[in-house]
Every structure is written in C-alpha cells, then in structure tokens.
Design a protein around this ligand. Sequence first.
Ligand SMILES: [Zn+2]
Length: 613
Amino acid sequence: MRSWLLIVFLSFPLAAPAAAADWTTPAEAAGFRTTPSYADTLAYLKRLEEAAPGRIQLQTFGISPQGRPMVAVIANANGVFTPEGARAAKLPVVLVQAGIHPGEIEGKDAGLMLLRDFAVTGKSPHLLDHEVLVFIPVFSVDGHENSSPYNRINQNGPDSMGFRGQSQYLNLNRDYIKADTAEMRAWLSLWRHWRPDFLTDIHTTDGADYQYDLTWYLEDPNKLYAAISDWQQKAMAAIIPAYEKRGHLASIYLEFKDGKDPRQGIVNFGSGPRFSTGYAALQNRPALLIETHMMKPYAVRVRAAYDLVALLLEHIGRDPAALLAATAKADADTIARGKIAAAPVALTFKPDLVSTRYTLKGYAFRQSPSDVSASGWIQYDPAKPATIEIPNWNRLLPDVLIAPPAAYAVPAQWTDVVARLRDHGIVFKRLDCAVTVDAEGYQLGDPKWATQPFEGHLMLRSVTTSPVSRHETLPAGSVIVPLDQPAANVAIELLEPDAPDSLLRWGILDAIFEIKEYGEPRVVEKLARDMLAKDPALKAEFERKLKDDAVFAASPQARLNFFFQRSPWYSVQRAGAYPVLRLDAKMRDILSAAVAGKSCPVPEVDSAYRDPR
Ligand SMILES: [Zn+2]
C-alpha cells in the first residue's frame, strides 16, 4: 500500500508555486485523508466559476428532500453553457456524475482537480475545446452529508464518508426507471434538458481484492444499437492502454461467481434499466460505469478517476463527430423502428453459457474453514500478486422478446403513469375528447408479490400475461404514446408488463388486481345452485375439481368462489385487466387525427378548491 501512495504523490502535477497554493483542492490539502463537505465542495466550485466565468458555470437543477441545491458544473473552453449552444456548435454533451453512492466519492474530488486544471492552472486548457462537460459533483447530496467513518465497512478511506441511501433510505442507483425520489426526478430534468451524448457514473467497488485500481463496465452489445456499442467498445480499447501508461492497472468489472473462490470465474452483474448505464442504454446513449477499487488508498482512487475521466474527455474531443454520429444514428434507428411493422425488442437477457477465458491479475489467497460462520473464509495476501486464468461469463443473450405496438394508450386516470412518462421525456399526445378504440391489451393473472420490501416497494415477482382484444372508451385526457420517438425504449420498459422494471412490476398498478365487491356466502349459495342447474358442463367441472383437488374440496370459501368467479358479478370488476392498451399503426393514426380535430368542454373546479400542487 505504501508504494501506491508514493507513486501517487510523485505523479501529481507540480503547478506554479503561487497557483498551487491558491487552487489546492480540499482533498489535496488534507493529503486525501478527508473529503470536503458539500458546502466546501460548492464553495471551491464557486471560486472556480468566479475565476473563469467563460469556462465554468454552476447550474442548480433540483432541490434535495432535505432542501439542498443539486448543482451541476457546466464546462466548455468557449463558454458554451446551454444545450442549444452545444447543438449549434456540434459539440457532444458529456455527463459525468459522482456520488450517486456518496460514500464512493473519489469522482467528486477528481472532478474538482480536473475542472481546476482545465479552468485556471493552465495544465489542460484544451480539454474541453470540442465538447461540453456537465459534471455532477455529488448526486446524492443528502446522503453525502450523512457522513460517518462507519458507512463503508469494506472501504479504505477517506476518514468519513456519505451513506448509500439518500435521506428517505432509497438507493438512487436503483431509481432510474421508477423515479420515486426528488433527486432522480431532478436528474431526469437535467437529462431532458441536455439529452447528453455520453454518461459516466463513478463509484467505488465492493467485492474481492485484486491488483487493479479500477474496473469498468459497459452494457452488453445485445442491449444496445450497434452504433452505440461500437463507439463505446472502440473508445475503451483506445483509452485503457493510455490509462495503464499512466501507471494504473484496469480490468472489466469483476463480479465473481463465487465470492469465496475467484477460480470459479466472473459473471455479468446484471445491471438493467434501474441502474445508470442500463438506463442510458434505453435512451440510446453510451455509458461507462467506473468502479475504483475499495482497498486502494483514497489518493490512488482519486487519481484513478481523474486519469480515466481526463482520457475519456480527450478521446471524445479528438473526434466529437464520431460520438454525435453514433447517438444520432441510434435515435434515428429507434424512430425508424417505430414507423414500420415492429421488429422484436428484448425485455430481458440471460447469460451466454459459452464462456471465454479471462486473465485475472489477483492476489494469492488462502481459504480456510471458519468456526465463526461455519463456512469458508477467503483471505487475500496483497503482498503476493498472482495471475490466474478463469472463465468469463459476461456475455448476455436476449431472453424474453416482445413485438412493440405502434403506440400505447394510457387512460387519463392513471396519473402516476402519465407523470412518469413526462419525467422521462417521453413524447405523448392528450386526447381532448373521449374516443372508443379497438386495441390489444393484456389480461393478467396469478399475481405473486415479494414478501420483503425492495426500494420501498413490494415488487410484483410473477404474473401471467395473456394478450387479448379490447374495445374500450378512452376518456378525454388519455395519452397516446407513439413509439417513433427517441425515448421509445423507455416507454416500452415502463409499459410492457413483462419488462423487469415496468411500472406494473414496481407495484404502481397493484390496485388492478383487487376485487372490490364480494358475494355474501348466503347469496352465493343460491347463485351456485342456479348455475349448476343451468349448466351441466359447469356441474361436471365442479365435481371433477372436488375429486382432484383436496385443498379446494376442504375450503368452503374456495368452493363458493368457484361460482362467484364465473359470474358476471365478478367479471364486471375486471380484475387483472391491464389498463394500458397497445395500438396498431391504423388506430394510432386515427387517434392522432382525433387529437388534432375536436375540442370538448372541460369541467373546472371553483378556484377556492383547486389542488395547491
Ligand atoms: Zn456504487
């Protein structure tokens, strides 16, 4: 560990003496023993903005639940601080974020140093000539201020660090799709405003010990348009050798199949739309997850983040047109797919069972039985580097596929659903008048929920989805979501019941499974007799079930429900009728015309009673 520290301090730039004293960042001044508070972080950034107003601008894009400003730093060599300016000058927008997990905070301290070196010390004045950087120094600002030496048991410094959950105990890196938190809704407003061309999300890893000071992750090519995947694969192939030339050692992200035995190999960690990189994939954007290694000293980790982000920005600046072309192509491909008979879209992915080989630069380790855990205990020896060949199961294959519709229709009353479409920048049209449509829908059945909360939700673990035809009247105010738009893949993830992060799976629509009216047993007794008398087939089915299903036969309630559930008093309640409809191209066009055509009277609430929100 000591040799690491020595390398780090020798490799830090020695700026001109007067400037060095003025612009030392708080973490540098503390010898990387501590990381600054949010107030001190913002104070340093404000000084930079005042010293270089043509290069740095701070923008507040949200307010945290505890009332803190959520600040992004916009940086460009020629003072381009707006998305319109970036588009006019053909500059890609690069979003770099730190502190989504605020205990993992090297990205913030690296960012302060990098912005300083770009803006005022003359070390990297041309870093942002050909791109606009949007830098979030701390995403989870309330979690950052909930600081303790005990927040990250696996991690080697700084002395005190933020807490993984924000102030309502929610993990922002699981909130991308459901967007429950004020922080995520603010982030989505930043995303809508800038529509960045590239996202980098900086973390510190947990897990095993090994030689690498940094690991990195890209979404699997099967989750991305070819233009996006090719661009990011090529970028990392160019950047990693340059990164290692600066004295680092990097690896693809290392999720071990068996945490107690690295020889069993590595697997894909899963990601998905609730995570930053998985969300960017749905928005047709390349994204890089950076994980510095938790056991390396904080100074080493800050340097690792600094060098990788600097090289990334240099790489993008050398050929900004290539990145812009890739994101434009992916958006165009999404729009084109929405216009024609739809090609299948993968909702879930499974591991490719064919592995490749991976050379792990690890450490010697010892496995011993433990009488404490009554299991095995792995202990690494960082003094003894060891290289081993292991299997790599990172590759993914499409699993559950669906044919997307031409458009979705969301009835007006599902306001939570509509609000989330808006949060994600999904374009939709509102019906001014009620319209009757023929559409596809889903009948859902046999719902099973998790029994433990996850991110504040009891998730719907499994449900059957049967396609059905629907003839329904959509009330005025219902929204039509055409899929010939750049954010189409986000709409599909939110609205297809089988998508792992659909609003249905998160429990936003749980009420559709509830029966509101039950039959009194004395009433259903009579109903059952009437039904049995009228329907010999039903009688035979009932008798067969009594014979074959002992649990059913022993339950008076199940026996009566057999009849109630086959009666119009049950079917009228429409339990499990998924409210979002799938429209074909013809119906989409009819409804688009209806949107443009008429206007219907809208009732208004007297002013004294209006919703203050
Ligand atoms: Zn993290």
